[in-house]
Design a protein around this ligand. Sequence first.
Ligand SMILES: Nc1nc2c(c(=O)[nH]1)N[C@H]1C(S)=C(S)[C@@H](COP(=O)(O)OP(=O)(O)OC[C@H]3O[C@@H](n4cnc5c(=O)[nH]c(N)nc54)[C@H](O)[C@@H]3O)O[C@H]1N2
Ligand SMILES: Nc1nc2c(c(=O)[nH]1)N[C@H]1C(S)=C(S)[C@@H](COP(=O)(O)OP(=O)(O)OC[C@H]3O[C@@H](n4cnc5c(=O)[nH]c(N)nc54)[C@H](O)[C@@H]3O)O[C@H]1N2
Ligand code: SF4
Ligand code: SF4
Ligand code: SF4
Ligand code: FES
Ligand SMILES: [Mo]
Length: 663
Amino acid sequence: MVQLTINGKQIEVPEGTTVLRAAEMAGVNIPTLCDHKELTPYGGCRLCIVEVQGFRVPIASCTLPVSNGMVVSTETPALKKSRKFILSMLFSERNHFCPFCQVSGGDCELQNAAYREEMTHWPMQPGWSGYPVDSSHPYFVLDNNRCILCRRCVRACAELAGNFTLSVAERGAASIIVADTNVPLGESTCIKCGSCVQVCPTGALIDRTSAYQGRETEITPIKSVCVGCSVGCSVTLRVRDNRIVRIEGDWTGAVNRGVLCEHGRYHPMTEARQRITTPLMKKNGKLEPVSWDEALGAVAEKFKPLAGDAHNGAAAIVSTRLPAEVLAAFRQVFAEKLGAEMVTSTEEGMTTAAVAALAARQGVFEGRLDVLKTADVVLCIGANLARSHMVAGFFIKRALPKGMKLINIDPEGDELNDLADVALQNKPGSDLALIEGLKAIIIKENLGRVPMAVPNAEKVIAEAVEATGLPLAKLTQAARILAHAISPVVVYGKGITAQRDERLVEALYSLAVLVGAIDQERKGFLSVKGEANSQAAAQLGLDKPFALNGQKAVYALIGDDYVSKYLVERLSKAPYLVVQASYESRLTQMADVVLPVSIWAEQEGHYVSMDGRVQKAEKVLTAPEGVRDNLAVLTEVAMRMNMPVKVDWQESLHERPASVVMN
Ligand SMILES: Nc1nc2c(c(=O)[nH]1)N[C@H]1C(S)=C(S)[C@@H](COP(=O)(O)OP(=O)(O)OC[C@H]3O[C@@H](n4cnc5c(=O)[nH]c(N)nc54)[C@H](O)[C@@H]3O)O[C@H]1N2
Ligand SMILES: Nc1nc2c(c(=O)[nH]1)N[C@H]1C(S)=C(S)[C@@H](COP(=O)(O)OP(=O)(O)OC[C@H]3O[C@@H](n4cnc5c(=O)[nH]c(N)nc54)[C@H](O)[C@@H]3O)O[C@H]1N2
Ligand code: SF4
Ligand code: SF4
Ligand code: SF4
Ligand code: FES
Ligand SMILES: [Mo]
């Protein structure tokens, strides 16, 4: 620990703390602009200057580490004067005519800093020349005229998203923020995560979807969880007049620490599907609006007599994007009360069943996503982390330039191939041989962390070369990198799990143990699952492949999810189809009854992330008139069949052993 004095106050902070953070701990506020808690200190704006006894000139506190006995002052008249000068310079360098700016009046950190210093005007003649505004991006606008060159966006793109799209071009006062080699943002390598927009302190980067719709001070922030995928990122929903104005990453979020991807931040803002707001029933071959009473009555009448007929009665399928409460009630109604055999989820266990099979035998063996943040080698197999579960992908992409090594195994070769140290494009169907081959090489070379034997290593290796179609040198290279790792992580996805082969998961697990990815302290082993509640659906046993075989009626609880063509095709064979959904789709078009329900933001409920975090999503919007809550509709259908539901969803989740600790 280091002792120092700030504004006469003695404090003790850990070694390596910056003076800025030490001041925060002491309750002393130092104004900043380029600083951001989730980014590496840069020391560019000089607004955070302080006086340190023994130093000849004021010094930026955000990049200054504390030392023992340091005596710091933060509010001397000289400092206040310097700060005003620094701010005046910033204001005069570009177009900061605040009244025309979208973030003016509370949301602009530059303006707020000026008010803090009691500035009413700037004494310098503005000396800027104009820059073109880049409005080529679908979600946000870059206006270099309002940029203060704090480089937060550049750092966020590199350090948070790991995308390295943004940089500074030109020099000195003429510096501007550019994408790639100065191409329009909309044509750049940007993956549209919006991290740059979220960190920009001024109006230089602003969202199209929320511009001029209210300042933060006027909008209610509600913390919730993204239901875009199984990563389960923490979000702050900014809500006004029953509308989500903006979605931001929650800086205190357990896993994402403020970062989101396009699916979490922007997709919900650009929803284009047509909402259904009244129950519909097929009459003379045409869907007609009906009352809730008529629709629910018809559904109950159809399904009630099917009770007890496991194979030829009802079938039911539910989206894994719905809260655990809904999934648990769904299972109770259709599997337990109606006794139907074909009760499953839209993911059909493709991301979870093979994992659950191993969990049934040995309990928890997967860890938390956080292990990726400290990994030095990642083996990624059958998961497209650049496209799916993007925020988990960011943890890898951002660490690669710092020395993390990546081994990517994908027969088709995804985008991570370009970033990987070793990319193995094995022949389809050769994953098991490949994994066993890697193990055999490591054992043969005596590089394993735990004693493991392989009879006939040479033969296993030869088989791996043969099956995968890959040269031995490449397999050896991958094996050695993995074996030499200090904190390796194995990540696997649907490319592996959809093969529904428990042996694959087991072989991967054994490889992970061999190289020390899994030991007493650490579980560097994760499957990425699929949608927001894949894990919950798996725990409830909603994980079998869906097929119709003589059932008389099907209940499809889709909620606000998309439906795949393949599912529509299979459901087109249903003699009677009830679709509980929020949006029109090919599925609702062919339904006999459509029950219009709430979307993610209109209902509350719990989600279990890929790594077992049980999180609550909040109800932040009131559903349109005529639309009912997913759980309420399900409960009402059950009531009308005289089969009232009563579920303890939490207990239901723990009926089966899980691959991850769920809490
Ligand atoms: N942005 C975004 N994120 C999503 C989704 C989305 O639509 N958009 N969907 C969510 C859902 S529902 C799911 S299920 C997950 C899916 O997320 P992932 O589990 O990552 O699945 P895919 O994106 O299908 O990527 C699987 C990868 O495995 C490779 N692969 C295919 N066959 C094999 C094989 O036999 N062996 C090996 N080793 N690899 C193989 C494919 O080439 C592909 O690159 O993503 C979720 N996250
Ligand atoms: N045999 C087999 N069956 C499977 C799977 C498998 O791998 N193999 N996977 C299982 C899994 S994990 C899942 S999630 C399901 C469904 O998994 P998929 O069959 O992969 O379904 P998707 O293609 O993700 O989405 C369904 C439709 O919604 C559209 N869509 C999705 N997102 C968007 C969007 O943001 N905007 C627009 N405009 N359209 C969108 C897509 O174009 C697509 O037509 O299938 C399950 N069934
Ligand atoms: S949206 Fe994300 S990827 Fe695109 S420039 Fe901004 S930080 Fe980089
Ligand atoms: S665009 Fe915003 S975040 Fe980027 S350097 Fe300019 S002011 Fe800073
Ligand atoms: S990674 Fe998944 S949970 Fe996170 S913001 Fe993207 S879609 Fe949402
Ligand atoms: S906040 Fe320290 S120099 Fe900008
Ligand atoms: Mo999925």
